[in-house]
Ligand binder design. Structure first.
Ligand code: ZN
Length: 858
């Protein structure tokens, strides 16, 4: 008995030691050494789950969603046993301290020095930058190694959250492809096919969006799901792990300029601290790296900036490699870059960064809390309140509310009428504004005020013009809102949803109206229309303004008459009711087809809409994101069928079954657009087809017979000015400095700036824009006005509103065509020089695109 008990005790002790020391290493778990091959997403997660089983007192898995293709998303929390035991308390206390836990007054609580900072590391947001997920497994394992002093310090002083893969659909797209391409030995020859990832590449989400441009807009389901979890934790630090081209070494903080002006001194200082920690480890290992170049802190929808504008220390890490590097890649300098090296660098940067937090936990918590205290008491920016007028249509307001909700920005209603002065975004003037009870009011005195200010700033201050991305994103322009920025502090009252306004008679009871009228105002009416057309409802559209009774209706109003829909019987009412109530769209019943002013419903200037069969060119001639934006718009926004045509089959495809063909931005159209296919397209348009040509693709149609698009020719005055320049004078362009070449190149560019567009509002392409339209201009195409066609959207002389535009680009963006429509035979061609669907966030552009698809050419 005694002996047995002793044996039992020994066994127990042995097992306990085993549990502590035999946390399974990823090499054992995977059956190969990390870095020997790429691991599919499910294996990476399975390893995390294995670790959670083996160390339950220190590891917690939080599943937070599923990708479109059905892959699991999860975050792994790693902490000391002590902190893990009070994890929920740590989280809720933290949120209370920064005013984000739903306490009614939202007052931050006094800082508690025992609160550990939360450090969140995001791996593999770009799917083909696949090393991060491998590094994740090593980081997870080694954080739990009790003999590692740095790990002990990290876990004693911080709570670590690791996301093994933010974009698993993209990750597996890359990994599955790579594993098919390679043999027994990796081929480091850059020419080898394993270094040439096919279109669309693993970088993107299922819908080919760039998930690292989506943090604020949250157009992608994976972003929405992640952000919901992120904002339950509001980490003090966020590290975002990437890869760049294989010839580059390693990049870490401090970031490049420009820094957004609202980045605090503490956040700037911590960029340096992170840099010092990483430098130390990289120097010790003799690894190459660089800092302060390429990756700036400006555009608010990145994995470094969005966290920064939410109080955190946000940063990007970049390893040379990416989708080209495979398992081994021979660089220009003759060295071979291996997968394992790349993994080791991310692993090292992860630890260096966590250590920088673990060494000063109190300081980090204190400064983070200060950011939020200041947000509540003394917010940044000149505007202390924003008023969104109730006169805006419900669709735009609903979309804005969704954006605010997703970013946890609070808002309410004005609650009363008040005469004030504010900055009118639409005309950029300070003027009198009277609030109405139901105007939306957003106060700057709230936890998310820095983010709010940045999303609503009319002009973003750029300290350095060489930036990586668009330089203007102002929400009132993107959403086409009648909005004001006020210097006064307004206190909103609680938000109440407007009453459902769906019209009478639609339920089938009561008198059946002659027709329903729906005002054409924003993207949600496009969704409504798409729903009706899909259900084979015949819809008519008023080409001109009309008046019925006392009500005035703008051009573009949908007129849905019983006449023409008899074959649907009572389903007619059901479909309309259903489609309208889905989106809270007011149906206005009309008892007669006679109008007081304008054209009667039976008139020839009330046109009928088709139920178009729409297709888009996809494949390697297109830019993945541009094609993806069209795809996502039809699939997710409109739920309307779209045929994706593979570019390779375009040349011989019959277009007879297609009514609308979209050619999104792309660099490879030379492969499919030639004299023969242009003739084919022309004949198809003449027979009634509608072609929508976007951005760079327009250049294939410019100057071609029968296509009306023409390049601008230099005006004589401009030529004169040039020849007037004296050779060798200070202004001689050939005397330019080599060191200034990067800066000089951007004088030709507009990386994304806002312009007010002059619209021909009588044309169907511009229906629904009583307040005008602001475009995000990213290209300078320099086209002349159409001589034989409709110049529906154009820029005159001073239409610039915000964002960086190079000086040469700025002059080209005067008197230039942006949206044109050419009628050709029975069909039409829509030329779009910018992309209204860009990143799916320019809400006001979705209506414009809907007009091009459904309204134009009927
Ligand atoms: Zn990346």
């Amino acid at each position: 008995m005694k002996r047995l008990s002793l044996f039992g005790l020994c066994l127990l002790m042995a097992l306990t030691t085993l549990a502590q020391n035999t946390l399974q290493h990823p090499d054992q778990f995977l059956g190969y050494t990390v870095g020997k091959r790429f691991s599919p997403h499910h294996r990476v997660l399975a390893y995390a789950e294995q670790v959670a089983r083996q160390a339950p007192s220190q590891v917690k898995i939080i599943p937070y969603g599923t990708t479109f293709e059905g892959r699991q998303l999860l975050a792994v929390v790693v902490a000391s046993e002590k902190n893990m035991a009070r994890l929920e308390e740590i989280r809720t206390t933290h949120l209370k301290q920064i005013g984000l836990r739903n306490t009614p007054a939202a007052t931050p609580q006094a800082a508690n020095s025992t609160q550990p900072p939360i450090a969140w590391l995001s791996y593999n947001v770009h799917g083909n930058e696949a090393i991060s997920s491998e590094a994740f497994m090593l980081v997870l394992h080694d954080l739990l190694n009790p003999s590692n002093a740095v790990s002990r310090k990290i876990l004693d002083n911080t709570v670590v959250i690791l996301d093994p893969g933010l974009n698993p659909d993209g990750h597996d797209r890359y990994v599955n492809w790579y594993n098919q391409m390679s043999g027994v030995h990796p081929d480091p020859t850059p020419l080898a096919r394993e270094h040439s990832e096919p279109w669309p590449g693993g970088r993107y989400t299922h819908y080919l969006f760039d998930p690292n441009r989506d943090w604020a807009w949250q157009t992608q389901e994976i972003t929405q799901q992640r952000m919901a979890l992120y904002q339950q934790w509001m980490p003090h630090l966020h590290g975002d792990f990437h890869e760049m081209g294989p010839e580059s070494p390693y990049y870490f903080a401090p970031s490049a300029k420009p820094y957004h002006e609202d980045i605090t001194p503490w956040q700037r200082e911590f960029q340096q601290i992170i840099g010092q920690y990483n430098t130390r480890y990289f120097d010790k290992n003799g690894w190459l790296y660089y800092t302060r170049e390429n990756f700036d802190l400006f555009y608010p929808s990145y994995g470094d900036t969005w966290p920064t504008y939410n109080g955190a220390i946000g940063m990007t890490f970049e390893q040379g490699g990416g989708g080209r590097a495979g398992l081994a890649y021979r660089k220009n300098d003759g060295d071979t870059l291996t997968l394992r090296e790349r993994i080791d660098h991310h692993y090292t940067a992860s630890f260096a960064t966590l250590e920088s937090v673990a060494d000063r936990p109190d300081d980090i918590v204190k400064n983070f809390n200060r950011f939020f205290e200041k947000s509540l008491t003394n917010p940044v920016g000149e505007f202390k309140s924003y008023v969104i007028k109730t006169a805006n249509d419900e669709g735009r307001i609903t979309a804005l509310r969704k954006l605010l909700d997703n970013n946890q920005i609070r808002y309410g209603l004005a609650g009363k009428s008040q005469k004030l002065v504010g900055f009118n975004y639409q005309n950029q003037k300070n003027e009198a504004v009277t609030t109405e009870t139901n105007d939306l009011v957003i106060s700057a005195y709230q936890p998310k005020s820095t983010l709010l200010k940045i999303l609503f700033e009319p002009k973003s201050t750029l300290e350095d013009s060489v930036t990586y991305d668009i330089t203007s994103w102002c929400i009132p322009y993107a959403y086409g809102l009648k909005a004001y920025g006020l210097k006064e502090k307004l206190t909103p009252v609680a938000y109440v949803s407007p009453a459902t306004a769906t019209g009478q008679g639609a339920t089938g009871s009561g008198p059946k109206p002659y027709a329903y009228l729906v005002r054409w105002q924003s993207a949600q009416e496009v969704q409504f229309l798409a729903g009706l057309l899909k259900n084979k409802v015949r819809v008519r559209v008023a080409e001109r303004t009309f008046k019925q009774g006392e009500q005035r209706f703008e051009a573009g109003t949908l007129i849905i008459t019983r006449a023409g829909n008899e074959r649907l019987g009572d389903r007619f009412y059901q479909i309309i009711q259903q489609e309208a109530s889905k989106r809270n769209i007011p149906l206005i019943p009309a008892s007669t087809g006679f109008v007081a002013e304008g054209a009667d419903f039976g008139s020839g200037s009330v046109f009928s809409l088709k139920n178009p069969r729409v297709a888009v060119i996809s494949g390697d001639v297109t830019s993945p994101t541009s094609m993806g934006e069209v795809w996502h718009y039809f699939d997710q926004d409109l739920d309307y069928p779209l045929t994706l045509i593979e570019a390779n089959s375009f040349s011989n495809a019959s277009l007879a079954e297609i009514d609308v063909l979209i050619m999104p931005q792309g660099y490879g159209y030379g492969k499919i657009l030639n004299d023969r296919t242009l003739t084919k397209l022309k004949e198809w348009v003449q027979a009634g087809g509608k072609l929508i040509v976007m951005e760079r693709v327009t250049s294939f149609f410019a100057e071609k017979p029968d296509f009306g698009l023409k390049k601008k020719v230099d005006k004589p005055e401009a030529k004169k000015e040039k020849t007037d320049k004296k050779p060798n004078s200070d202004t001689d362009e050939s005397l330019r400095e080599y060191g200034e070449r990067e800066r000089e190149a951007i004088s030709e560019e507009t990386p994304g700036s806002v312009y007010r567009v002059d619209l021909d509002r009588t044309h169907p392409l511009a229906f629904g824009y009583p307040n005008g339209y602001h475009a995000l201009v990213q290209n300078v195409y320099d086209y002349d006005f159409l001589k034989d066609g409709w110049n529906v959207g154009y820029l005159k002389k001073d239409n610039y509103v915000a964002g960086f535009v190079g000086k040469n680009a700025r002059s080209k963006l005067n008197n230039t065509l942006l949206y044109g429509v050419q009628d050709l035979g029975k069909g039409s061609i829509v030329y779009m020089m910018d992309n209204p669907l860009f990143r799916g966030f320019w809400y006001n552009g979705k209506l414009l695109f809907g007009n091009a698809v459904f309204m134009v050419g009927n």
